[in-house]
Design a protein around this ligand. Structure first.
Ligand code: SF4
Length: 116
């Protein structure tokens, strides 16, 4: 059984998620359907957004970036490693893809600021 807080709205329902005897995932503690979907997703394949910085060639100030969508928790170290190995050339605009398919997740890392 897993306990978690639903983060889909400020209410922050405390969820309990487990499998029943038939192997189905059962969510308790939710106040709406979004909590059921969140609980099931976190139980089966927890994911997180990743934010970070990448180097910019010739500049002291790094570029802030984020994954475009959440990535599996087990891939976060690989994503951070990819960020640390990346050096960008300016100019860069918000939303530009900095690392496509980062760490084989199918998710792009994009710029969150304009530079250059
Ligand atoms: S279950 Fe529904 S009401 Fe509760 S925190 Fe999640 S989104 Fe909000």
């Amino acid at each position: 059984m897993m306990r978690m807080i639903c983060i889909n709205c400020p209410r922050g329902c405390e969820l309990e998620v487990d499998r029943n005897e038939e192997g189905e995932i059962v969510v308790k503690g939710h106040s709406c359907a979004r909590g059921i979907a969140y609980g099931k997703a976190e139980f089966e394949n927890p994911t997180r957004m990743v934010t970070g910085l990448v180097r910019v060639a010739g500049m002291r100030r790094p570029l802030p970036v984020k994954t475009k969508t959440a990535v599996p928790i087990g891939k976060i170290n690989d994503v951070l490693s990819a960020l640390s190995q990346t050096t960008m050339q300016l100019p860069v605009r918000i939303g530009d893809v900095i690392i496509p398919d980062v760490a084989g997740t199918g998710v792009d890392v994009v710029a969150t600021a304009n530079q250059g």
